[in-house]
Design a protein around this ligand. Sequence first.
Ligand code: G3H
Ligand code: 13P
Ligand code: NA
Ligand code: ZN
Length: 328
Amino acid sequence: ALVSLRQLLDHAAENGYGLPAFNVNNLEQVTAIMEAAHEADSPVIMQASAGARKYAGEPFLRHLISAAVEAYPHIPVVMHQDHGQSPAVCMAAIKSGFTSVMMDGSLEADGKSVASYEYNVDVSREVVKFSHSIGVTVEAELGVLGSLETMQGDKEDGHGADGKMTREQLLTDVEQAADFVKLTQCDALAIAIGTSHGAYKFTKKPTGDILAIERIKEIHQRIPNTHLVMHGSSSVPQELLAEIREFGGDMKETYGVPVEEIQEGIKHGVRKINIDTDIRLAMTGAIRRYLVENPSKFDPRDYLKPAREAAKKVCIARFQAFGCAGQA
Ligand code: G3H
Ligand code: 13P
Ligand code: NA
Ligand code: ZN
């Protein structure tokens, strides 16, 4: 059944687990996630980005997720809008049936300029106001996603801050987080701790200076009742990179957010963990392998099936690692 994000996050907090929120763009991703959730007996958060809306269009995304709800009536499913750039975008998503929205006011509506704190409070508060009156959950974001290695804002696919950032901007401030949650009444807060979107997060296995798990603990201590959200939380498994390279892909050395670090975050208030890249890597590796090993095949179902299997494997692993397996 379609459920509210708040309901799932409250249950996760009461029982001390986290939930992966997987980005979806097409049928194969939706079915992979649902098959994985069915096998792991896990609740599901599926989210659609602006890029997904551009690729598939809101009606297709909405109906794909509705189809998942119909096909798996025993699995709780959240239909979440990822990175809404304005109150109008969030409003439109709610009108089309999303049960949960992210108002990303850390950046201005252009998706590139770092917003003022006041702007972020204003737009987040506005979205909370119209969402809560109709039972829709709101995720807000404070701090700028980006790399503490290069001090660059997140650059993935045209969204993310332009130019050089300061350490202060790239790490969510503890006192400001407390003030922000009080003023906006958001249900969940996405925080900046050195993660960024996409495959190229870290040039080495991250240590505490570039992946600030300590900051999660400090924020959680200050606002223990706020559900925390980690963006840019793909782990970028080395074996998936190796498979892509083995079968003709060109990807340079890179590291993601280790699953153990996410588990540490979950011990300290992280309830929603956003994952897109790992599914992309898994599907691409499987498709590359299949086409190289079966050069005469041309039916998309032949190579999308292993792609779906590979995505499903990633989903099951995250459901188990984050503790939400068995919680459906
Ligand atoms: O927000 C970041 C997600 O990975 C979505 O990326 O805009 O390419 O769909 P996208
Ligand atoms: P990844 O690129 O690390 O998968 O992050 C996805 C994300 O944060 C979507 O909002
Ligand atoms: Na952001
Ligand atoms: Zn994100």
